[in-house]
Write a protein that binds this ligand. Structure first.
Ligand code: UT7
Length: 336
């Protein structure tokens, strides 16, 4: 059976580590509030000259190395990000040039926190149809340059962070479905009725005669707006539901899974998901305490982190689920 598999993983966070104490200086917040309400202790933010595609490049190099392929083997790039280098063209285009891959096509996936899982599904389809042989899939986010660093933004700005995770996806001929590495299921959902519960209103073509207008910065419309409790309540129901759906599609049970990676928005969300699905603590790999919420990067960055710790191993059955802006939510089950 022709399927896709994850041949390599990479992850990267910029060197600058930002503590909660540092945020106390500007955001009318406290280390205690941030830790209690979110579980975050530190996060990483870029230096001013760094762009999204630079973060992606670092993670990509590690994934290429891990997969033991040559850069020139890559025949497609899928970049999941909601914070591209520029509005147009997509950040994948800048990464493609930095990797030196002229002619290789790229897609931009803009499903925010669910972006990596959406991208995995896209990669899986291209591989299974035989259309592509080596896809570089990236989840990357550079949030620190679009945070409202005034007390008005404290509910959002303490959470978000910068980082990248990458995976090389290649074809495999599955001989033994109980042992071989392959992607078994991907499940995707969206509901645009909730688009304005978690969004950046401006600049935008829907808000007036011009996309960019004076006063947008002052009004706060250029910053992420989040109906925090509402988003929270949807995250704790949609993530377990999509995880179960993906398992059912893969014909696997909860207890078959060796390791879970859930989107990292808030430790309280993940504790609730674990409780509802009755998952033992040691089967979930969380990174929110050290990396914060890196949106599309949280799942591949978590996988890379687990790989470094020796927790993620070949042959394990992996369950992933994410929820974010859109609303979008998505899950996948694969043998690593
Ligand atoms: O990744 C995309 C998906 N995103 C999510 O899933 C995020 C979901 N939401 C959350 O994680 C949580 O709702 C937050 C961590 C964002 C907020 O936690 P919360 O417990 O829901 O707090 P809240 O927004 O209801 O605010 C509670 C109180 C308010 O004060 P009053 O009105 O009770 O006096 C806020 O003004 O906490 C205050 N507050 C803060 N205080 C100190 C809000 N942000 C802060 C802050 N520091 N940073």
């Amino acid at each position: 059976m022709l399927a896709s598999r994850i041949a390599g993983i990479g992850g990267y966070v910029p060197p600058r580590c930002v503590t909660n104490k540092e945020l106390e200086q500007v955001l009318d917040t406290t280390d205690e509030w941030i830790q209690q309400r979110t579980g975050i202790q530190t996060r990483h933010w870029v230096a001013p000259e760094v762009a999204t595609s630079d973060l992606a490049l670092e993670a990509a190099k590690l994934a290429i190395n891990d997969a033991k392929i040559k850069v020139t083997d890559i025949d497609m790039i899928i970049m999941a990000t909601s914070t591209p280098d520029h509005d147009v063209p997509g950040a994948g285009c800048f990464l493609q040039a930095k990797l030196g891959l002229p002619g290789v096509p790229y897609f931009e996936v803009k499903q925010a926190c669910s972006g990596f899982v959406y991208g995995l599904s896209l990669a899986d389809q291209f591989i299974k149809t035989g259309h592509k042989k080596c896809i570089l899939l990236i989840g990357v986010e550079l949030q620190s340059k679009l945070l409202d660093m005034t007390p008005r933004g404290r509910g959002v700005s303490v959470i978000f962070a910068d980082g990248a995770g990458a995976a090389v996806i290649t074809p495999t001929d599955v001989q033994n479905p109980e042992k071989d590495s392959y992607v078994m299921s991907t499940t995707l959902h969206a509901d645009g009725a909730f688009a304005k519960e978690l969004w950046i209103p401006a600049p935008g073509t829907a808000i007036g005669p011009q996309k960019c207008m004076p006063g947008m910065i002052e009004s706060g419309d250029v910053y992420l707006q989040m109906n925090a409790r509402y988003v929270f309540s949807h995250a704790v129901t949609k993530m377990p539901a999509v995880m179960l759906e993906s398992l059912e599609q893969a014909k696997k049970k909860m207890e078959d899974v060796d390791l879970f990676f859930f989107h990292q928005a808030n430790m309280r969300i993940n504790e609730k998901v674990a409780e509802d699905l009755k998952i033992p603590r040691e089967k979930i790999h969380n990174t929110i305490h050290k990396f914060g919420n890196t949106t599309a990067a949280t799942i591949p960055l978590g996988m890379w982190d687990a790989l470094q710790e020796g927790k993620l191993k070949r042959g394990q059955l992996i369950g992933v689920a994410a929820f974010g802006a859109g609303f979008t939510w998505a899950g996948a089950v694969f043998r690593y």
